[in-house]
Design a protein around this ligand. Sequence first.
Ligand code: HEC
Length: 157
Amino acid sequence: MKFKKIAITTALAGLFATTGVQAEITLRHAIQGTVLDLSFAKKGGNTPAFKEFMQTGKNPYNTDKEAIEHGESLYMTGCSGCHGHEAEGKLGPGLADDYWTYPSIATDKGLFELLFGGAKGMMGPQYVNFNTDEMLKIMAWIRSIYTGKPKKAKWLK
Ligand code: HEC
């Protein structure tokens, strides 16, 4: 029994060593509330921006013009088919206004959690298609086209 425990602890320590993320925030699935397993993340996403996000829960790309442009093209490949080219809503809900099915979307942490882990039905986990850095860029583009009330934009606070 004791041996098993040690083995598990060592495996976990190894996992954190390889991802190199010293997380300050805990990411949870938008619906189930279970802690998201970042070991599913695609390679290449553990950038300085993502590390900063894991410390602060805020997306450092929100004010980065180049990242926002890259995010737009990623959105067009992976999201626009369901959410519309201007995120106006199609099969999935509109993403540019201030009505969210999941109110947690109003924070960067909540938006990331929903992207990484998915929600219901057709909204599958996006770690299959994008690495975590790419998700932050897509998020920054979504914030950049926001048409809702400024006071509802919790990510700015
Ligand atoms: C196959 C279709 C499909 C794709 C591809 C898809 N989505 Fe979705 N998305 C949906 C559906 C359907 C919902 C509603 C799910 C629910 O209510 O649980 C949804 C919900 C969401 C929500 C929650 C909105 C709210 O009002 O709370 C966000 C944010 C979101 N998607 C962002 C994205 C982004 C960004 C991408 C690309 C990385 C993406 N989706 C790709 C279909 C899709």
